[in-house]
Design a protein around this ligand. Structure first.
Ligand SMILES: O=C(O)CCC(=O)C(=O)O
Ligand SMILES: [Fe+2]
Length: 348
């Protein structure tokens, strides 16, 4: 992000606090909107050491800021007084302060995040449907209690549970011959309700037979991907519980079913293909999303790794966790969709 033109300095061997102040700009970690402190609060606290010209986000975390003083001496005084100590004017938080460095020029193809829609009609992707308050707050608590009483499987950054069929992350597929059993009774009400969900087509047999529960800690997202066509049928439901997030959709006109490449050394928010179309939607807790048709087959979906999201100009904090229930139907043959370019059954 680095809107100030300044960024985090590279790691140094010695304690950065001991270095002389080359500039009047500080990189301050452990404060910002994600921990309940506004940029005005930060400006007021640092203003005790000299004129503060501005406070801005250092990155997308919401917990690191850039403080620009007019005079280097003021930056030095703030560093000496505040680094590594609880700051009374900032809710007693222990600040980690370093002298900032000018941010390197952005990769020319990097583009800013798309605006975040509040409804699927505003999002405007065929086949994507969002229903808010799909479950009540009491049902949400029951669902969370049910999964919390069952064993979680730990992945690198999040925890998961699989029902019906195990999802195999190495192949991004399932072993359709290994049926683990019927979906658990705690999702029975959801299964009854999705039959009448907007966008659901008549289908013979079960609408879904596989459930993946994901638990994302605050700041953890999901890399851009299309759920493997040969693994799952057309309709994919995702219920959000406990906390909000945004979901970004990306259409790569020259893409394939393989994961898209990103500019090396940058986060997944930066995209190599300038023709990529990006759209985003806000997923509040208790909402149900259906990905079907073009939105399921031809758009990558992605959850940015953010602690805060900018939703229609409002800063929305992620919760300590978001739990999602992804309901899908395992495909027993090849996929014959109209989106051959994105289909592993139809292209090599
Ligand atoms: O957490 C979600 O809502 C989406 C999960 C997802 O895309 C997946 O499991 O493939
Ligand atoms: Fe997915």
């Amino acid at each position: 992000m680095a809107k100030s033109g300044y960024t985090r300095p590279p790691p140094v061997a010695e304690d950065a606090a001991a270095l002389p102040a080359p500039i009047a700009v500080l990189y301050v970690a452990n404060c910002g909107p994600a921990v309940g402190l506004t940029h005005d609060d930060v400006a007021a606290a640092f203003g005790a050491f000299g004129e503060v010209q501005g406070v801005s986000a250092a990155d997308d975390s919401g917990a690191r800021v850039i403080v620009r003083f007019r005079e280097p001496a003021a930056a030095g005084a703030a560093m000496a007084a505040l680094h590594g100590r609880p700051c009374g004017r900032l809710s007693g938080r222990v600040l980690h302060i370093r002298y900032s460095v000018p941010a390197p020029p952005k990769a020319p193809v990097a583009v800013s995040a798309p605006p975040v829609a509040l409804s699927s009609s505003e999002l405007g992707i065929p086949g994507i449907h969002l229903v808010q308050e799909f479950v009540s707050a009491a049902e949400e608590q029951e669902l969370l209690a049910a999964v919390d009483s069952r064993p979680w499987k730990r992945l690198a950054k999040r925890r998961v549970q699989h029902y019906g069929y195990e999802f195999l992350y190495e192949t991004r597929n399932v072993d359709s011959k290994q049926f683990l059993g019927e979906l658990p009774s705690f999702v029975s009400k959801i299964l009854e309700k999705i039959v009448t969900f907007p966008g659901v087509k008549n289908c013979t047999g079960k609408l879904v037979d596989q459930l993946t529960v994901n638990e994302y800690p605050c700041g953890v997202g999901l890399s851009p991907h299309i759920d493997t066509h040969s693994a799952f049928e057309e309709m994919i439901f995702s219920l959000s519980l406990a906390g909000p997030c945004i979901m970004e959709f990306r259409q790569y006109p020259k893409g394939s079913w393989r994961a898209p490449s990103v500019v090396s050394g940058t986060d997944e928010g930066s995209i190599q293909d300038p023709q990529c179309i990006r759209k985003a939607v806000f997923l509040p807790p208790r909402s149900m999303l259906l990905m079907s048709g073009e939105g399921r087959y031809a758009w990558h979906h992605y959850i940015p790794h953010h602690k805060i999201d900018d939703v229609a100009g409002q800063v929305i904090k992620r919760n300590s966790r978001r739990v999602s229930f992804t309901l899908r139907k395992v495909r027993m043959g090849l996929c014959e969709c109209e989106y051959g370019q994105f289909c592993d059954s139809q292209s090599k």
